[in-house]
Design a protein. Structure first.
Length: 388
């Protein structure tokens, strides 16, 4: 058969992929790449080096020649350590329900692909991390955005408003990227009630669990009845400062884990053994995490105090992000971010990169040294003062 221009067979790129919008975060990252004169508050990457104990263990493993594949599930010792570790967040889970992934990003992808059929509805509170909606779209699911501004917290009433017969999954990220809001146990219980009532699956992205400042993180999977309907996502990039090592994991009910494992076997095989060995050591030096967390808290308090002098901001309860409201400046999120970058050499991410209801806000990562952070906010204030 001859292929015409209109033929489906003549399309070189899959239509669903062609329709995806590039990440708004990466666009601003590319703008500042290689520019030493820019203070970047754009990309969510810790400014701390990986603790030496972790690096040393990985170096030693390479010297001993540990460079092989591991089990598809990951090293058994690492899964045992994670099983013990998650008791910090009140969840008791056996190691055979844990899968080690190449970063939390792969874990999110696997969780969505393993649960979504074409036409299934996925509830996504916005503003949200940039990958959720595109991954749902690639699976031919329907991403249903729930606007949570100005408080940025999902409620039982919000969920009820968007439920229908197609709704299958709720994606919950807390503490949240980009807003920094989190949920108390009581708030989670209200969400859990409606999840149980409507037989939903929850993909709970808890990558910032360690970086919770005002109350202790509780995994929603630990609540009554939720263990069998939650896929918990976590990893070592943020709290352990191990971004480039690409090491994450997920915890899932047995039937869902088996489905996820099949996809993982075909697309990734296993996470890098060197990173897995580093992760084992990371879980043995939580005191290093506490030191980093204390510094993030100091920065969080400074950022909120300073920004409140000239912008409206809701205090982040976790993460290393601030999400100030810039709507009163009269600029759009992109105009603000571009103006700040080109006139004051400070990079932030426009809020609309995280969904439509992020318009009127910008995301600032305070994962930079304190002096640079102070200078960046000084420049931001000067930028607004110049605007009048």
């Amino acid at each position: 058969m001859k292929r015409t221009e209109d033929s489906r067979l003549s399309r070189r790129v899959a239509k669903k992929v062609e329709e995806l919008k590039p990440s708004g975060i990466r666009r601003f990252f590319d703008l500042v790449m290689g520019r030493e004169d820019v203070i970047s508050l754009g990309v969510g990457e810790p400014d701390f080096p990986i603790p030496w104990r972790i690096r040393e263990e990985m170096i030693y493993s390479l010297e001993k020649g540990f460079t092989s594949y591991t089990s598809n599930l990951g090293l058994s010792e690492l899964r045992e350590e994670i099983s013990e570790y998650y008791k910090r967040f009140y969840l008791e889970v056996l190691p055979n329900r844990i899968l080690i992934t190449t970063g939390a990003s792969e874990a999110i992808d696997l969780a969505i692909r393993a649960t979504i059929d074409p036409g299934d509805g996925v509830l996504i509170p916005e503003p949200c991390y940039v990958s959720y909606k595109p991954l749902v779209s690639i699976c031919h699911g329907e991403a249903i955005s729930i606007a949570t501004n100005p408080e940025f917290k999902l409620t039982k009433e919000m969920i009820e408003k968007y439920l229908d017969d197609r709704t299958k999954v709720l994606i919950l990220n807390y503490p949240s990227n980009p807003t920094g809001v989190s949920y108390t146990k009581k708030e989670l219980e209200e969400i859990a009630d409606i999840v149980l009532e409507h037989d939903l699956i929850v993909i709970s992205d808890e990558i910032y669990a360690e970086l919770t400042y005002d109350f202790k993180h509780v995994s929603i999977a630990s609540l009554n009845g939720m263990d069998d309907r939650c896929i918990v996502i976590n990893g070592f990039s943020k709290a352990f400062s191990m971004t480039g090592l690409r090491i994450g994991y997920l915890i899932a009910p047995e039937d869902i884990l088996n489905a996820i494992l099949k996809i993982h076997q075909y697309c990734m095989l296993c996470a890098p053994i060197t990173s897995q060995i580093g992760a084992i050591e990371a879980l043995k030096c939580l005191e290093e995490v506490e030191k980093m967390k204390a510094e993030y808290l100091r920065r969080r308090n400074y950022v909120v105090k300073r920004l409140n002098e000239f912008l409206e901001i809701k205090k982040p309860e976790g993460t290393f992000y601030a999400f100030p409201n810039i709507s009163e400046t009269g600029m759009s999120s992109e105009e603000f971010a571009e103006g700040l970058l080109f006139k004051k050499n400070v990079a932030v991410v426009p809020g609309n990169a995280f969904g439509e209801c992020g318009e009127g806000y910008v995301r600032m990562a305070f994962a930079v040294k304190f002096e640079k952070l102070k200078e960046a906010i000084d420049r931001m204030e000067d930028f607004l003062n110049a605007k009048g």
